[in-house]
Design a protein around this ligand. Structure first.
Ligand SMILES: [Zn+2]
Length: 193
C-alpha cells in the first residue's frame, strides 16, 4: 500500500514567515515551491557583493513517507534549489555571478540522538530532526551556504588579477583550493555534535 495516497496533502505557503515554522510532526505530506530573494535569506545576503535583478533562489520541496520494515514509516524531504547570487571574484575582486543548482534528500528523524546515530557515510541523504516548528527557510539557507563556491571566481581568462587580490599568486590559491572546504567541516561537525 502506498501510504502517501491516504495522507493529507498540504500545500506549503511560499510566504517567508510561514516557512520558518512548518509542522513536520503532523502525519501529512507537504508540497511547495517559491522564490526567495537574497534579502529573504539574511545569512546568505551577508556574502552577496551586490544584488542584481533576478538574483535569488527558486525552491521546490516535498515531504513523503516510506514504509520501513519493523518500525513506523520514515519521513523524507526532497529539496531542489536553483538560482544565482553575486559574490566577490577572488581574482579581480569584482562582482561575479555564482549559479547554483542542487537536489537534496533528507531523512527526518525524531531526535538529535537519532540524528547522531545516522550513518555518516550516507551521502545520499542527511538526517534532519523533525519538529512541530521546523525551520524550512533555515534549512534552505543552510543548503545554499553549503553549496556556494568557497573561492568564487570568474571563468578562467575572463578577468585579470587585481594587484591586491588575495591569493593572486597561483601557488597560493592552489593551496587554498586543496584545503578542505570549511563548509564540509561544518557539515561533519553538525553531524557529529
Ligand atoms: Zn574576476
Amino acid at each position: 500500500m502506498n501510504r502517501n495516497q491516504v495522507l493529507p496533502q498540504v500545500e506549503l505557503s511560499s510566504e517567508v514567515g510561514s516557512l520558518r515554522k512548518v509542522d513536520l510532526c503532523a502525519y501529512q505530506a507537504y508540497k511547495g515551491h517559491g522564490f526567495l530573494g537574497i534579502q529573504d535569506l539574511p545569512r546568505v545576503a551577508e556574502g552577496a557583493s551586490t544584488v542584481e535583478a533576478g538574483d535569488g533562489f527558486h525552491w521546490k520541496l516535498e515531504t513523503y513517507f516510506e514504509d520501513s520494515p519493523g518500525s513506523l514509516p520514515r519521513q523524507f524531504m526532497n529539496l531542489e534549489l536553483k538560482g544565482q547570487i553575486h559574490l566577490v571574484c577572488q581574482r579581480c575582486l569584482k562582482d561575479c555571478p555564482a549559479e547554483l543548482s542542487e537536489v537534496r534528500r533528507f531523512a527526518l528523524v525524531g531526535s538529535e540522538h537519532e540524528a547522531d546515530a545516522f550513518p555518516i557515510e550516507d551521502d545520499q541523504q542527511e538526517p534532519l530532526v523533525a519538529s512541530q516548528h521546523f525551520d524550512v527557510l533555515g534549512t534552505i539557507e543552510d543548503e545554499i551556504l553549503l553549496s556556494l563556491p568557497l573561492i568564487p571566481k570568474h571563468p578562467e581568462g575572463v578577468c585579470e588579477a587585481h594587484t591586491s587580490a588575495f591569493g593572486v599568486d597561483a601557488g597560493r590559491s592552489e593551496v587554498l583550493e586543496k584545503r578542505e572546504n570549511p563548509f564540509n567541516i561544518l557539515k561533519n561537525i553538525k553531524k557529529n555534535s
